[in-house]
Design a protein around this ligand. Structure first.
Ligand SMILES: [Ca+2]
Ligand SMILES: [Ca+2]
Length: 335
């Protein structure tokens, strides 16, 4: 009897040990799975951050790379859209800076040009745009001719002249106007009464919606000295400057469409053809003054992106590139 009890106890004891062992093994397996999953998750996070850092470096490299294209520009007296800094092409005609392979990833530099259905792969000429800060002079007062240009641009885009006055009151130094401090007092805002530092500031001005800012962005800037490159200015800018739409604007657009660059701007002699075959633009009979125009540019915008394993980083920069000097950053934004 005593021996049976002992045998039963031993059997029960072995059973309990077995159950405990099974539990321990189960817990260890679950623990291992949990640690494995966590390690895998952390490995994915690490891979993402690594890709992000590499993509950032690629986007930076892209900016530096395209600045070099301008520094190596052979036609130093004029700049136009067919040059490598604007849209570099490979031998087969495809864009050089689209998905350019480098260091296990790719980089791309591109921008939209109002007259091109396809994006261009290079830097955008910031001097193709109207500098709206130059509507006021160095003493902070409005220049009427510059206001007229902005009004023309706004109206051609389908907006009212009132937006120009809202903008001018925001940046001019005085308090004389319909949209000055008293207008904004109920909104807890004060007009800047100084030029914009960034174009994005437009959205703070009452009446400027994001849609309006987006519509204006291809045509306006705050980074140039006000001179506009006649080789790169879109049609809307040429019209706003005062070139007539009967013959002057078509003459410039047709000349550019043939891949030619305007190389010189002259205001005399009195009797000269508007645009000759050698690329001389004669303004003696035009409403546009020669001091508004240039054939070359020194301020450019680069929209660069780097991609590694589906992770993309974007950098937008505006840079001054003068021959013989290092590029100077005027704007830098990382996404
Ligand atoms: Ca050039
Ligand atoms: Ca003001």
């Amino acid at each position: 009897m005593k021996a049976r009890k002992l045998t039963s106890f031993r059997k029960h004891g072995r059973g309990s040990v077995l159950v405990i062992c099974v539990w321990i093994v189960t817990i260890l397996v679950l623990l291992a799975i949990s640690i494995g999953r966590r390690a895998s998750f952390e490995s994915r996070i690490l891979r993402y951050h690594l890709s992000r850092a590499q993509a950032y470096c690629l986007a930076r490299s892209a900016s530096e790379r395209v600045y070099l294209e301008k520094a190596a520009d052979k036609n130093v007296d004029y700049d136009y859209l067919q040059e490598d800094w604007s849209n570099k092409l490979k031998a087969d005609g495809s864009p050089e800076f689209k998905d350019f392979p480098l260091g296990g990833g790719t980089f791309t530099i591109k921008y939209s040009y109002p007259e091109s259905e396809e994006p261009l792969y290079g830097m955008q000429d910031e001097q193709s745009k109207i500098n709206i800060n130059t509507i006021i002079d160095s003493t902070g007062n409005e220049i009427k001719e510059r206001r007229d240009e902005f009004v023309e641009l706004l109206e051609n885009l389908g907006y009212g002249a009132e937006l120009a006055d809202r903008f001018i009151d925001w940046i001019d130094s005085n308090d004389d106007g319909s949209y000055e401090e008293r207008y904004y007092s109920g909104q807890g805002l004060k007009p800047k009464n100084a030029p914009l530092d960034r174009l994005e500031e437009l959205i703070m001005i009452d009446g400027f919606t994001q849609e309006i800012v987006d519509a204006l962005t291809p045509y306006v800037t705050v980074y140039t000295n006000g001179e506009i490159n006649v080789n790169t200015a879109p049609e809307e800018v040429l019209l706003a400057l005062g070139f007539n739409n009967n013959d002057e604007v078509p003459a410039i657009l047709n000349y550019r469409a043939d891949g030619d660059a305007i190389k010189e701007i002259i205001s005399s002699p009195a009797a000269c053809s508007f645009l000759d075959a050698d690329g001389k633009l004669c303004l003696s009979a035009s409403k546009v003054k020669s001091d508004r125009l240039s054939c070359k540019s020194e301020i450019f915008r680069a929209n660069s992106s780097g991609t590694v394993l589906n992770v993309t980083k974007r950098i937008t920069s505006v840079v001054e590139i003068k021959s013989g000097t290092a590029p100077k950053q005027l704007y830098w934004y990382e996404e």
